[in-house]
Design a protein around this ligand. Structure first.
Ligand code: GRG
Length: 294
């Protein structure tokens, strides 16, 4: 069953995270503790999951997918730590536990996010040193850095902050979603394939799939913010209203937004079905995300 398979894979990713996180020191570990804490909680581990599945799908059989996948999850978690800070969303709960700054204080929260971001690149470059296919790996690494940076997630998030309180049209909202959320999902689809030596044509298709899945994922996030509960999500709801954000739901309503999630997911599947490699689990995962409850 898909759900059982999903659990096995998430457990395996959680083990890889434990393996690659810095080990606790004997003396008080004032950065290591908050850094490890920031990776905890019931995260869906969606990004390393996708990355490692695409790596296998294109024949990858070494540790390259693991290093890139966990580095990507660390970049994602660093972004969550900073997103929760008082200067940004000011949230005290995520994944059912206190946010890093709520647990360790704001200054340490800022530093833990910085530390995790830098550590992500230490993990990713350790993978490069060990890789037997450095040409492929370095190309994947450059996609990872690009999608996490000013032309990707960081750029999208900055625009999101700059536009807070303003009325936005759908085109602008999608542009923000493309950066702040879809960029890392594109990295998840493209980096694994790239590290395994997939062709440029396949990588471009995977980027297209990542874009549709990523925008759909953020729209669903906006939907769940108004339709779900904090118990189910493990984080506060009605956050967008609190933060004066115009979202996809503000513009299109819940039903309109749901329709667009379906449409984007179908678009992703139709490109997926033209790929030269196959992975039924990954295909099911894309479909599962349309129905996600958290
Ligand atoms: C420090 C790298 C760095 C960046 C700072 C704050 C910031 C820039 C970016 C925030 C980007 C952001 C939070 C986008 C929202 C993406 C999103 C929908 C996150 C939730 O992802 P899930 O649902 O979370 O996969 P889990 O908890 O399951 O991992």
């Amino acid at each position: 069953m898909f759900q059982d398979e999903l659990k096995v894979r998430i457990d395996s990713i959680n083990q890889e995270i434990e393996e690659l996180l810095p080990k606790p020191r004997l003396y008080e570990d004032c950065l290591g503790d908050p850094l490890r804490y920031s990776m905890r909680g019931k995260g869906k581990r969606l990004r390393p999951l996708i990355l490692e599945e695409t790596y296998k799908m294109y024949g990858g059989s070494e540790n390259d997918g693991k290093y890139l996948g966990i580095a990507l999850e660390m970049i994602h978690n660093a972004s969550l730590v900073h997103d929760d800070l008082p200067a940004l969303d000011n949230d005290e709960f995520r994944r059912g536990i206190k946010t890093t700054h709520a647990e360790f204080g704001e200054s340490i929260g800022i530093l833990a996010g910085d530390g995790l971001l830098n550590y992500a690149y230490e993990v990713a470059t350790t993978g490069l040193v060990e890789s037997k296919t450095k040409d492929y790996y370095s190309k994947a690494l450059s996609i990872l850095a690009n999608k996490g940076g000013i032309f990707g997630m960081l750029g999208g998030q900055t625009l999101d902050v700059a536009m807070t309180g303003k009325e936005l049209d759908l085109k602008m909202i999608k542009f923000i979603h493309k950066g702040k959320t879809a960029a890392l999902i594109q990295a998840a689809f493209a980096c694994g394939a790239c590290a395994a030596g997939a062709s440029q044509e396949e990588i471009e298709k995977l980027m297209e799939i990542g874009l549709s899945v990523g925008i759909a994922f953020q729209i669903e996030d906006d939907i769940l913010d108004v339709t779900s509960t904090s118990e189910v999500l493990g984080k506060p709801v009605k956050n967008d209203e609190k933060n004066h954000k115009t979202t996809y739901v503000t513009v299109k309503g819940v039903e309109g937004a749901k329709e667009d999630v379906k449409h984007l997911s179908q678009k992703a599947i139709s490109v997926y079905d033209t790929l030269s490699a196959k992975n039924d689990f990954l295909r099911e995962l894309i479909l599962y995300l349309i129905e996600r409850k958290k």
